[in-house]
Design a protein. Sequence first.
Length: 450
Amino acid sequence: MRLSRYFLPLLKETPASAEIASHRYMLRAGMIKQHSAGIYSWLPLGFKVMKKIEQIVREEQNRAGAVEMLMPTIQGADLWQESGRYDDYGKEMLRITDRAGRELLYGPTNEEMLTDVFRTFVRSYKELPQLLYHIQWKFRDEVRPRFGVMRGREFLMKDAYSFDIDMDAAVVSYNKMFIAYLNTFARMGLKAIPMQADTGPIGGDLSHEFLILADTGESEVFCHADLVDMPAPGLDVDFANGDPNDLQSLVDERTALYARTDEMHEPSVFESEVPRSKRLSARGIEVGHIFCFGDKYSKAMGAKVMGPDGKEHFAQMGSYGVGVSRLVGGIIEASHDDAGIIWPKSVTPFGVGIINLRVGDDVCDKTCEDIYNQLCAAGVDPLYDDKKDRGGVKFSRMDLIGLPYQIVVGPRGLKDGIVEIKDRKTGERQNQSPEAAIAFITAQYADMSL
Ligand code: ATP
Ligand code: MG
């Protein structure tokens, strides 16, 4: 992409309303525009990052055996009356009446809708397990939308739902999602810690929230410090044919140590289980939440299947959410400096920025065009700053938008046949020939697995 043809409306001033770094940088870097409280337009740069995050979420859901579908944003009130949540959900639910006077709502989540799909089509245990997901906008009329996309009213969520014949099988589905979540967040460069969670209005027995540590997080968390650096299970977990006990051990290893949010925190247990030097109390951002709630919805809505015993059983269910749009802010909270954002390679909107310090100079222009064309061909997706601004403007702009690498092309270096590569995170600079720079950048994106 050539910057001269891109839509990147940067802000010079830091908006006063933005209290945290991610919100400030998303506004300043032209990623989002607020429409009204908690409702945003995603401008091209922000949209590109969100799509990359969404794709990682999708790949890890698919790897774990979940199947993608799409449900509507607008739901009928009738299903929610059946489950009993129409009244329970209260003011967070945006209620709408259509021209025929029918009560509708903008979905805050989809347990009811998918339970309805399930009860319509699935009759036998032979069709289980089912693990289905979609990535769709949600609306929750939050009391206090804030921190930009972190607590929006309209936000993008991946929500998956599992249906099993009994609780043992439901736990296997739960474990698959637990493992998939850790891999998902690790691929985004995040250290997410699973924490024992309150099951809240969704109800049920087994629940974990996944939190990334950040001073600006809304949740207070307490955990054993060793959890912070525990590696993700890895992409070679055999979800399809592996022994369920192996999945269970991976989960057990990661739930053995104390980790709870304030809602579930018990100081006496924390102090007795965790040695003083390992007690970590911090703040965190919830990026995912998984529940196993058994037959709560299947019973209320009559979602039954025939079991191997010839009797009808209510499906045992779980639901699994990831805050896709919140993650855009969460990743920035975890990775930025005073100059701007520092994107992890896996979600960066462009692989590298090419800065032409003298647009209009034949040699500079030609070198940049060559680098640009070759990197495009290599699939690195460069952003070429071909605008006629001063060097200082170009440097700070490129730092702000946070691409992992920059290639700086100027007349002085080119006299000696060199360009400069800058690593955005470390600030390290190296001088290379244009060919070597192209090879270096291409190599950085050659292996993007965990
Ligand atoms: P929170 O405790 O932050 O209000 P929740 O428990 O209501 O979240 P879930 O119903 O578990 O959220 O939703 C799944 C995921 O969706 C959350 O883990 C979070 O990442 C994301 N999410 C929830 N509410 C919002 C919101 N208002 N804005 C952006 N993302 C959200
Ligand atoms: Mg939650």
